[in-house]
Write a protein that binds this ligand. Structure first.
Ligand SMILES: O=C(O)CCC(=O)C(=O)O
Length: 319
């Protein structure tokens, strides 16, 4: 395996100008073409590229592709910079919205903003047997972390050991997986995953397309992941993809029909706040209790409103 220590980084204002943007080939100088370990100037690992590492499992287990492919219709407008667009406000709501893209989060999620309990994502809960099939892919992804970035693996394993097993993919150091289908991410840094850990990103590829290279623009390093390739990476470094196109130029959502283009990326990681979650059964009971309280509150409000509108005045009440 080639080992490379980076010496220079792009100027901060140049990187700032790329945030949220889909990149081009001019945004990298180095294209990794074989097994490589890339270190940042201070010696911390940026990425470890393992071409073809997952090909044997994908050949043996065609069902893995089928499950991942079936996720292509799950869309989200909640990926912010990674969608390659800016978030826009939604009228009458506090939430903002970015472009809708084919990106699904599966596995476990912690409490966050409007979600007051830990849980499996909706798809996961409804498709447990399909989710379990993905373990065939996630196990070698986790073992690769253990072999190639043992200190990051150990840090992640320590947090996994503190986490209820309901939320961890058995035998791995992953709680959560993002599955993207055939869109280039804008330049972003991942959030919510363990700072001391490392992410593992696998690609499954179909059709005859160009682009979709994974680029670390601050370091001007890229990899053009082929079917079965794996890259272990520090997802807190800025990263994004180059635009994708079919041989005769089509670049949009119709690429799949046009040249059979499909690029599935599977990003596996550990969400650092999972350690605070109680068992799924306890969290579900808690969620039901919260829902019950909300219902009571809503019912009380309705009665109060009715009294306010039609009932006796407070003075009459007191008399
Ligand atoms: O598909 C890729 O190469 C990158 C995916 C990614 O960065 C993400 O989902 O956060």
């Amino acid at each position: 395996m080639t080992e490379m220590r980076l010496r220079s980084r792009a100027a901060p204002d140049a990187v700032a100008a790329q945030v949220g943007k889909v990149l081009g080939d001019i945004d990298h100088d180095v294209l990794l073409t074989g097994p490589a370990r890339v270190l940042m100037p201070d010696g911390r690992p940026l990425c470890v590229y393992l071409p073809g590492h997952l090909s044997p499992v994908l050949e043996r287990r065609p069902e893995v592709y089928e499950v991942l492919h079936s996720l292509r219709n799950l869309k989200t407008d909640n990926r912010g910079l990674a969608s390659g667009t800016r978030r826009r406000p939604i009228v009458g709501q506090q939430r903002t919205r970015a472009k809708r893209i084919a990106s699904a989060v599966i596995g476990s999620l912690e409490t966050a903003q409007r979600q007051t309990y830990c849980r499996l994502t909706a798809w996961t809960g409804d498709h447990l047997s399909e989710y379990e099939q993905l373990r065939h892919l996630l196990l070698p992804m986790s073992s690769a972390l253990s072999e190639h970035v043992p200190d990051r693996f150990a840090a992640q394993a320590l947090e996994v050991a503190k986490t209820h097993r309901d939320y961890v993919v058995p035998g791995t150091v992953f709680s959560t997986v993002t599955v993207n289908n055939t869109y280039p991410t804008g330049v972003h840094q991942d959030a919510g995953d363990l700072a001391a850990g490392f992410s593992a990103l696998a690609v499954l590829r179909r059709g005859d397309y160009a682009g979709g290279r994974l680029v670390f623009p601050e370091w001007r390093v890229a990899a053009d992941l082929r079917d079965g390739d794996l890259i272990l990476m520090d997802a807190h470094q800025w990263h994004g993809n180059t635009a994708m196109s079919c041989p005769h130029g089509l670049k949009d959502d119709r690429m799949r029909q046009c040249c059979g283009a499909e690029r599935i990326s599977v990003v596996a990681y550990f969400r650092e706040r999972m350690t605070g979650c109680r068992s799924l059964a306890e969290e579900t009971r808690r969620a039901e209790a919260i829902a019950e309280k909300r219902n009571q509150f809503a019912n009380n409000l309705t009665e109060a409103d009715l009294h306010g509108a039609k009932g006796p005045s407070p003075q009459a009440d007191r008399a």
